[in-house]
Write a protein that binds this ligand. Structure first.
Ligand code: ZN
Ligand code: ZN
Ligand code: ZN
Length: 148
């Protein structure tokens, strides 16, 4: 049995290798790809190891089946990338790193950093905008200093 093994290439269609235009929204489907690319530390022994992975493809390479479910457009709040995914897979961001980036940006927009009254470190308050201390440790220290 032979089947095509594709390689994931950042910014390219996994099936036809065409480069996506900068503003294109690729379709994220499940495809069999060479495992080597995903983890270069895995030694290649004879046959290429493969793995099912989420792979970006262009609209022309979509199968009819994929066209029916790969319909939810998502715009990542972190990196701004657009792509089409299964409605089930639609998220605000495309990765944990993007999620963190979006979260940091949101917090910074809403709340400017404050200076800790004890250690003078700038910090982003988690809840109260009038927080005075960067951590519980500094809060306790301030409490103790006031007592002594
Ligand atoms: Zn393609
Ligand atoms: Zn992203
Ligand atoms: Zn502090």
């Amino acid at each position: 049995m032979t089947s095509t093994v594709y390689s994931l290439q950042p910014g390219h269609c996994t099936r036809c290798s065409v480069a996506f235009p900068a503003d294109a929204a690729p379709f994220i489907v499940s495809e069999t790809v060479a495992r080597d690319y995903l983890d270069p530390s895995i030694p290649r022994i004879g046959r290429i190891a493969t793995v099912k992975a989420s792979a970006p493809v262009c609209e022309a390479c979509l199968t009819d089946g994929e066209r029916t479910w790969c319909t939810a457009e998502m715009v990542c709040e972190g990196c701004g990338d657009r792509k089409f995914v299964h409605p089930r897979d639609k998220k605000a961001t495309c990765s944990t790193a993007c999620w963190q980036r979006a979260r940091r940006a949101r917090i910074q927009r809403e709340r400017p950093p404050l200076k800790c009254n004890v250690c003078a470190t700038f910090f982003f308050p988690k809840r109260r905008a009038d927080a005075k201390y960067c951590s519980n440790l500094c809060r306790q220290l301030a409490y103790r200093l006031r007592l002594g």
